[in-house]
Ligand binder design. Structure first.
Ligand code: ADP
Ligand code: ZN
Length: 738
């Protein structure tokens, strides 16, 4: 029997002892399992331990044993954990997201509760302080330890930090502890986050003020809404949405801020600190397990108000979420491409719906999906039309390579070279942008035209002088440079085709031998610290020329940067993907936006063989409206998202025939979908037909939006037997087609 009971300060539905409860666990297998309710009852949404075979696993009481899909286990729930319940809004969100993305509810619950954190545990942090035993003569090592401890009286120093700072062995610490010269103290670490202060910006411009008021009123309504916040880089989008955050805090609700590349957004953390002092936490892969446990508990009980996280944070079990911000909402890294596939932005909107929260999608170049939703009045639109203060937008010009072609094996046009030397004279920085790592993307044999490829993947090998090796950009495998061609056995016959940033560096150095040059790509830093140092050198003006990949486009302010030269985008433009034009436009706008964010006005040159391309025109004229309308019309005609739905099925196996046979059989099963107007494309070898020794076959489904393709597909998939040697990945709303 369900009955209402006061629990954790609110009234909650409870199941009585002896009732049957339907539990969803974080374990693979059946989604719903029935268990007997133990003494004391269990609340709906209660986080529990249940036995499965010989194991005890984490789960949540989902409903009162009425579900027809359950398998009955006559076993008792082992334990109701001393944690707040998972609210119905969170449970409903998880259920919906698992249905939408076609992954299991168990997997969704794993994303939510992170069972590997052992939520039940409470841990201690250990610190050292100077002990009270009288100290006589000391060895230099022991003295160093004590000096450090006494100089840092206010800070808490743990063992590893103490060892590192005083450069002693662990035995020295143990010795001091034994003598009572230092003492270990323990502090429980699941103490709550401090209360937070909310303040509003006092210096908003006229436009900003209006947008801030509109966003705040959305938050105040405490109901679901989604708003696109568009504005060029530097227009104050962050400044304004911080006001919306403050509003949610005043209401006592929680806030989730999502960033695509969170580890790179150090400036944002500083800004959060300045505004809200404390009471926020970061959530991403480099946060320690201990800290994550503390954060997760404080999210559950509602004491932690602001989470700044990567896409997976959208699944966290908030107590009362009132606002979700998706910064750089157009960024393709919101799409999880490995393991469970989902789109972080779309899940954020779904989460907002179930949490009765305001959602703000922020971008200088919104995705077409978002843009269309504003046109169709499903989302609100707010625009910040100009840069804040005196900063103006960089002027964009094209360098037409058909007119003044490049010299053989040279990649910098006369125009760009002249501009860079002018920049150096004016003590200003230049950024040369090329989205290609390494020295050259392809090596070819001059005598037999053989191209070097990876042994495990369908990919050409790129030469990296930095590593003195050839690299596969798909699987990361490294190969030594070949002494002779494996095909025609000619010696040293390999020549590079086309440039990567290392080759641009070579050319730049020969042109500007005295310039200070910094390379910026994922290969050029080993740790986040390295990268921060590199950003530091650029910010303080110790660099004249930056040569970088898209890593440079992510949210950094470089005060001396006032010129951007885009070297080659034509390849990206002709990618043949439905989003190629849109993505190139977004990336270049962002890269160009790096220039002149401060007092000096910036300029950008784009080298191209296709100056007539709509992307080029839109970039020069800052005419987003015309560009987006064109893209929209193209996609509408082709019945592709957001005007139709797509689901990709990727079948992989180490034996090509096995993958293809399974794909063909599955396709036959799916023929029944054609009566719903679903188009089936394939099966066919994927564009990249082999990755890590696995052959890949793809099937693409295109369905009208009103067709519930996910549930139709699920009905087919539950009947399919998957052999061990086959891997099936389902990608709803795919953004990659290789
Ligand atoms: P965006 O998020 O649109 O790129 P930001 O909010 O980062 O813009 O603003 C760009 C720069 O201008 C930042 O350095 C920010 O501190 C400053 N800024 C913007 N609006 C204001 C304001 N109203 N008062 C003070 N500084 C502002
Ligand atoms: Zn490879």
């Amino acid at each position: 029997m369900l009955y209402r009971k006061s629990f954790q300060n609110s009234s909650i539905l409870f199941l009585e002892e002896g009732d049957t409860a339907t539990v969803v666990t974080t374990q693979r297998g059946k989604e719903f399992l029935n268990y007997l309710v133990p003494k004391g009852g269990v609340p709906l949404g209660g986080i529990v331990n249940v036995p499965i075979r010989s194991k005890i696993v984490l789960g949540v009481v989902w409903s009162n044993g009425q579900s027809s899909q359950t398998s009955y286990k006559k076993k008792k729930i082992s334990k109701v954990l001393d944690l707040p319940i998972l609210k119905s809004e969170v449970r409903n969100f998880l259920q919906k997201s698992s249905e939408y993305n076609l992954f299991s509810l168990n997997a969704a619950l794993r994303l939510c509760l992170n069972p590997n954190l052992n939520l039940e545990k409470s841990y201690y942090n250990y610190f050292y302080v100077v002990g009270c035993e009288k100290i006589g003569k000391l060895t230099p090592q022991r003295k160093r330890v004590l000096d450090i401890l006494s100089s840092k009286r206010k800070e808490q120093i743990g063992k590893s930090e103490l060892i590192r700072k005083s450069k002693v062995s662990e035995a020295v610490i143990r010795g001091l502890e034994k003598k009572g010269h230092i003492t270990k103290i323990s502090v429980p670490i699941n103490d709550n986050f401090a209360a937070i202060q909310a303040t509003f910006s006092a210096t908003l411009s006229k436009y900003q003020k209006k947008v801030s008021e509109n966003l705040r009123s959305k938050v105040k309504s405490e109901s679901y809404s989604t708003t696109m916040l568009k504005g060029v880089t530097g227009s104050g989008k962050t400044e304004v949405y911080m006001d919306a955050i403050a509003e949610a805090i005043l209401l006592g609700r929680q806030v989730l801020v999502l960033f695509p590349e969170i580890s790179l957004s150090t400036t944002f953390v500083e800004r959060l600190k300045n505004r809200f002092k404390f009471g926020f936490a970061e959530w991403h892969s480099t946060i320690s397990k201990k800290e994550k446990r503390r954060i997760l508990k404080s999210i559950l009980d509602g004491s932690l108000k602001i989470i700044f996280g990567a896409r997976s944070a959208v699944f966290l079990p908030f107590d009362d979420l009132g606002l979700i911000i998706v910064d750089e909402e157009h960024d393709s890294s919101y799409k999880q491409e490995e393991g469970l596939r989902y789109h972080g932005r779309d899940m954020a909107v779904l989460k907002g719906l179930y949490s009765e929260a305001a959602v703000i999608l922020v971008s200088a170049t919104p995705s077409l999906e978002t843009w269309v939703n504003v046109l169709e009045m499903k989302y609100n639109g707010e625009v910040l039309p100009e840069r804040f203060g005196n900063a103006t937008l960089p002027k964009v010009s094209l360098v037409d390579l058909r007119v003044n072609g490049l010299e053989r094996n040279k990649w910098l046009s006369k125009e760009i070279i002249e501009r860079v030397s002018w920049q150096i004279k004016k003590k200003q920085q230049s950024l040369l942008f090329l989205n290609r790592r390494g020295y050259t993307p392809v090596l070819i044999c001059e005598s037999c035209f053989e191209i070097l490829t990876c042994k495990s993947c369908d990919a050409k090998l790129a030469e990296h002088k930095l590593f003195q090796a050839l690299l596969c950009h798909l699987c990361g495998a490294r190969y030594p440079s070949p002494k002779f061609c494996p095909s025609c056995h000619n010696e040293s016959s390999y020549v590079p085709i086309g440039p990567g940033i290392e080759r641009i560096e070579e050319e730049t150095r020969s042109l500007f031998p005295d310039a200070r040059i910094e390379l910026l790509s994922s290969d050029h830093y080993n740790s986040l610290e390295d990268l921060k140092e590199c950003f530091g050198r650029i910010t303080s003006g110790e660099v004249d020329i930056i040569i970088g990949t898209q890593l440079i486009s992510k949210g950094h302010n470089f005060p001396f940067l006032s010129f951007v030269g885009v070297l080659d985008v034509d390849l990206a433009l002709k990618g043949g993907d439905i989003r190629a034009a849109e993505n190139t436009f977004q990336l270049l706008r962002q890269v160009i936006g790096r220039a002149g964010r401060f007092e000096i006005s910036g300029e950008a040159y784009i080298q191209t063989y296709f100056p007539e391309d709509p992307v080029m025109k839109a970039l020069c004229a800052y005419d987003d409206e015309i560009f987006m309308t064109k893209q929209k019309n193209l996609r509408e005609l082709a019945r592709v998202p957001p005007f139709g739905r797509m689901v990709a099925l990727i079948i992989s196996s180490s034996v090509h025939e096995v993958a293809m046979k399974f794909a063909k059989d599955l396709t036959k099963e799916m023929f029944s979908l054609q009566k719903y107007d679903v188009e089936i494309h394939g099966p066919a070898d994927a564009r990249i037909s082999k990755i890590r020794k696995k052959y890949r076959v793809r099937i693409l489904l295109k369905a009208p939006k009103i067709v519930p393709i996910q549930s139709l597909l699920k009905n087919i998939l539950v009947k399919t037997k998957l052999q061990r040697t086959i891997n099936l990945t389902i990608d709803v709303d795919p953004i990659n087609f290789y």
